[in-house]
Structure formats: C-alpha cells, structure tokens
Ligand binder design. Structure first.
Ligand code: G6P
Length: 606
C-alpha cells in the first residue's frame, strides 16, 4: 500500500502536491518523492523518511511547474532506499511514474528490457513500467499507444499516474485492483489513491473503475476503457465526508476499514513470489525441527500455523509465545524458527530471535513493516504486503499471515510428498476464491452481525470455544473481543470445557462456539456435543451455521450465517465474522476502538 497523487493546475503545484502527500501519509511513510515538469523537462526530488523529513532534506517547495506526480511509499518490492522511492523516471527521463500495487510479472519484463539495453537503478517492480513506456513510445511515437501497450504487458495489481516531457500539462492514470480517484475543480484537477488527499480542495469526485484510464489536464479529463479505448461518461459525486472520515476511506474506524481491506490484503499475500515462500519452505524440510513464534495475536496465528503444517505437511511445528521463549530452551543449531510480527519491532519477539540466533538456529520471519528491526535480524524475511495497519488491534495483518503460512505449509507438503502439486494448486485456488467470498460476506452480513452485537453487548462474560484449528481461531477472537470491548472473553478448546470451565455455566454465561462445517464430521460432532453440554446447563450459545442447516439453528440461541465454501476455509470466514462481532460490540459500548486503553500498537519494551 502506497499513496499516489497527481495534479494538473493553472498554478504552481509543488505545495499542493506536498499537502496531498501529507494527507496520504497513513498509507505508507518510509520514503516519498515528487516529479514536476518545469517547462523544459521533468525534475525529480525524493528520499527516504516520512513526508516532513524528506521535505526538510530536499525542499519540495523549490520545485517549479504546474503538472506533477507524487508518492509516499510503503515498501513491498525492494528495500527502503532512495533509489527505490518513487517517482521512477524512464532511462531517457521522458516519462516518470508513480505506482501503487505489485507487478507480479516484473522479473520477466525486467529481463527482457535489460536484454534491450535498459538500465535499472532500483530493485522495484515499478521501474519496469517507466522503461516499458519508453520502449513502446520508441515504436509508436504516440503516448496513448505507449501507455496502453505497456499496460497490456503488465500483470498484477496497480494504480499508476504518469507524466511525460512529450505532452506537458497532461497526466495519464489507470487502475486495476488498487484504488484511484479523480478530483475536479476549477483550473486544478487531481488524481489520488483516495479522496482524503484533495478533500480540502474539492469534494467533486469521480471514481475510476478497474481497467479504466484517464487523460487529465488542468481543466479537462477524459475517462476511457482500456480494452477498446472508448470514452466512458462518468458521474461526478459530491463527497460529504470530512477529512478524518476520508482518511479512513469513509469508515467510522480504522479497525472497520482494515477488516474491509482484507479481500485486497489476501490477494497481496497470494502474490508473494514463489521463491520467497520456497526459501522458507526449504528450511522446514532441511532442519531437524521447526518452531513458529509470535506474541499476542501473532502467537495465535503461529498456533494456527501448527494446525496448517500438521494438515498439509504432516509435520508437527510447535508454536511458542515470544514472551515465554526465554523460559524454554527449545532450539538447537539444527533447528529453524519462523517468527511472526506485524510491526517487526516487538521486544519479546526480538529477544526470542536473539536467543534463537545465540543457539545457532536458522531464523526466518513474516513481517509487515519493511525495514523493521525483526526483518533485518532474521536470516530470511517475507514481507506480507498488508499495508500500514493503524488500529492497535491486528485484523488484516493477522489474516495475511495465515494466508502466507498456508502457502508455506502447502509447499512443505509438496516437498515432503504429502501433497501432490495438483492438490496444492487446488488449495491455492481456493484461497483466491476466499478473497471473493470474504468480500461478499463483509458486504452482506455486517448489518446482521451488528444487530447481534447490539443485543449482546451487555454480556460481561464470554467463553469462546473451538476444536482443532478452530481452537486458535477461538483464542484470537477472544483476544480481539477483550482488546476492543474490555469484556471478559476466555478462549479455550471446546473439548476442555467439561474438564473444569463447565462449572461456570448458567443462564447468564454466553458462549461463542466456532463450529466446523459438517464435512469435518468428527470436529463438527464433538463441537456440537460441547454445545449440548452448555445448553443442558441453560447457558446461552452463539455459533455459526449454513443458511439451510435448520437442525443446528434449533440448538442455538443466536447464529451467524456462513456461506457454503470449502470446509478448510470455514475457520477463516468465522475469524473475520468474529472480528466484526468484536468491532460492533465495542462500537455499541462507545469505546475508543482504534486505540483501546492500556494498549500500544508496537510494544518495544520488555
Ligand atoms: C502488541 C499489540 C498486539 C499485537 C502484539 C504483537 O501487544 O497490542 O495487538 O498482537 O503486540 O505485535 P506484532 O507487531 O509483533 O505482531
């Protein structure tokens, strides 16, 4: 996730571009830059740091010109360096672009361009597109042709804005799976990753669709279809949001926005290069024993990993909570430890890495924040590409980590001959379908989940229970509930209930059961048995079931309807629905959802 801005104006644009960058900074802040056509050619200024730091170093306001593009970066491909920051010029500096998204086939394209003599200054996927533009323009001597032909070669997700020396005063922009909006005003027009960038200047907005591109000047804009270049008439929408609402993309809280970001972050996680996954998978194969380590939410994700490795690779990979790591001496030289951390800065996890390294163990990590301490300390790091997560409690970053662990487990399964490549590919396809299904569930079920949350938000004590992989799902969901509502929610294995906790059950105790789909006969029936144990003692039960499962519905006091999907994906659907349930419960209680009391996003002290 990065922030894009482009402005064509009758006035100087540097200060307007700077303001838009500041408004977009929440989308990424490791480096930023600007390119402006100065009347002769495109000039560039960029560096690493947040917008104010970079402005201090390079003085954006000294740039002259009335058409420009700008970018604030959240690194995905390539480290946090000045060379990797945007905009990226073509070799001949006749084109400059800013990009948000991932060009998944960039390595092949880069290879072809290198063969043709193009030089690359950065290690980004983006620079490929600048040089493709130069190459296509060489053939057609037509900018629109060069733009459209270059796009035909690109795979992946993108929002791009481009300026060129050949057509000063004009901005070309396009989108596919990454956001891009147009803002129109008298004499100054805007393109940006979101409305927040320009909302203080104009509320007249046009939403660009996938595979649509716009050719924009200071007083005109033309939207066209990429497939046939036909013009499309677009409605101008008057946005009613204030600036802070716009920053959250119209959502009332970052937590809700980040829950709704998940279809996209799943897709990003599914685009992670296979060689990255392979490198970690090989460590699981080559080392005598592997462990998965994290703390808070990431510990529960590590536990989910234990079940995934068991299921797909027939391998036992114990999960350890980072804070308990020093009290155990689990690793040896022959071992491999996979660390999980959204922030990449958590003290407990950093200390666990230090301990593992001291024992000579091989280390790897799945981390969201590029360039963070953890990413730099381990032997191999996969960046999960979820974009900045602003809400203290983790939702989208956690789900992405599951998707990545899932892919690693599939790869390990194939390498250990526990799965055929065909079976692994089929599961991979299901994960893609999952992104679609989650989108539908979020849109269609939110209202119902909100209603139920309102009805139950006066309940002070909850048991969250599940069996098998649903057990860590229950733990993570209970943690989410505690974090945002401050209510007591205890996560436990449903099979454990009768061994003690059952003593608590009476008509005032509410239980949320994470019920597997019926295809998982053993898991389903034993969870149902635990539900019966609670019901017999007059406890109230909330659970999940299919629309047509009347038998289960009759047993429950309340239920969430889940869609018919592959049985392995049911736990993930339930996890997302439980995120929404916690969110709406906290909303009804009027709490500070994005910054719960006593908590911090990144706990960097012991
Ligand atoms: C803090 C946060 C938790 C988070 C944990 C681990 O305690 O409040 O929400 O799960 O840190 O964070 P990490 O960045 O390492 O994933």
């Amino acid at each position: 996730m990065c922030g894009i801005s482009a402005i064509a104006s009758h006035k100087q644009v540097a200060s307007k571009l700077l303001n838009t960058l500041l408004n977009l900074e929440y989308r990424g802040y490791d480096s930023c830059g600007m390119s402006i056509y100065d009347g002769v050619q495109i000039q560039h200024k960029k560096n690493i740091g947040n917008v104010n730091e970079v402005n201090h170093k390079v003085d954006f306001l000294s740039m002259k010109g009335s058409t420009g593009i700008a970018h604030t970066r959240w690194a995905t491909h390539g480290g946090v360096t000045m060379e990797n920051s945007h905009p990226h010029p073509s070799n001949d500096n006749n084109f400059a672009i800013v990009h948000n998204g991932i060009f998944s086939n960039y390595q092949d394209l880069k290879e072809e361009l290198i063969q043709k003599g193009y030089l690359f200054k950065s290690t980004t996927d983006t620079e490929v597109f600048s040089n493709l533009l130069q190459d296509e323009y060489r053939k057609s001597q037509n900018i629109e042709d060069a733009f459209c032909e270059s796009l035909k070669k690109i795979e992946g997700s993108y929002a791009i804005a481009m300026i060129t020396n050949y057509n000063p005063g004009v901005i070309y922009a396009v989108k596919k799976d990454s956001p891009l909006v147009i803002g129109v005003n008298d004499g100054t027009n805007y393109i940006s990753s979101d409305i927040n960038a320009f909302i203080s200047e104009t509320k007249d907005t046009i939403l660009l669709g996938d595979f649509e591109y716009v050719i924009m000047t200071k007083d005109s804009y033309e939207v066209k279809k990429l497939s046939n270049r036909n013009k499309i008439l677009k409605e101008v929408i008057k946005v009613k949001w204030d600036r802070e609402t716009a920053r959250r993309g119209g959502f009332s809280h970052y937590m809700l926005k980040e829950i709704f970001d998940q279809p996209q972050t799943i897709r990003n996680a599914l685009q992670i290069q296979t060689d990255q996954l392979e490198e970690i998978a090989r460590k699981f194969i080559n080392k005598e024993q592997s462990f998965c380590v994290g703390v808070g939410t990431t510990y529960y994700i590590a536990m989910i990993g234990t079940y995934l490795f068991s299921k797909f690779a027939n391998m036992y990979v114990p999960a350890i909570s980072s804070d308990e790591y020093p009290n155990l001496i689990p690793v040896k030289k022959d071992h491999h430890v996979l660390f999980l951390s959204q922030s990449g800065e958590t003290y407990d996890t950093r200390m666990a890495i230090r301990a593992a390294k001291n024992c000579g163990a091989s280390t790897s990590a799945i981390v969201n924040v590029v360039g963070s301490s953890i990413s730099q300390t381990v032997d191999h790091c996969i960046y999960q590409q979820s974009g900045p997560e602003i809400c203290v409690v983790s939702t989208k970053a956690a789900l992405s980590q599951i998707i990545i662990l899932w892919q690693v487990a599939l790869r390990v399964g194939v390498l250990r001959n526990k799965l055929t490549q065909k079976e692994a590919d089929a599961f991979h396809d299901h994960l893609h379908e999952f992104a679609e299904i989650i989108e539908k569930v979020l849109n269609e079920e939110s209202g119902f989940i909100r209603g139920l949350a309102m009805e139950t938000s006066n309940i002070n004590n909850w048991l969250f229970m599940g069996k098998g992989i649903y057990y860590p799902i229950a733990l993570e969901s209970a943690l989410k509930m505690k974090e945002v509502t401050y209510l007591h929610a205890e996560g436990l294995p449903s099979g454990f209930l009768k061994h003690g906790t059952l003593a608590m059950v009476d008509e005032n105790l509410y239980s949320l059961f994470f019920l597997p789909s019926r295809e998982k006969t053993h898991l389903f029936e034993s969870t149902l048995m635990a539900i019966e144990e609670v019901k017999t003692r007059k406890g109230k039960v909330v659970s999940f079931c299919l629309e047509d499962d009347t038998k289960t519905k009759e047993l429950l006091d309340y239920y969430f309807v889940i869609p018919k999907i592959h049985s392995e994906l049911t736990p993930l659907i339930e996890l997302v629905m439980a995120q929404l349930f916690s969110y709406y419960s906290a909303l009804h209680l009027g709490l500070n959802i994005d910054k719960p009391r006593n908590l911090a996003k990144s706990v960097t002290v012991g």
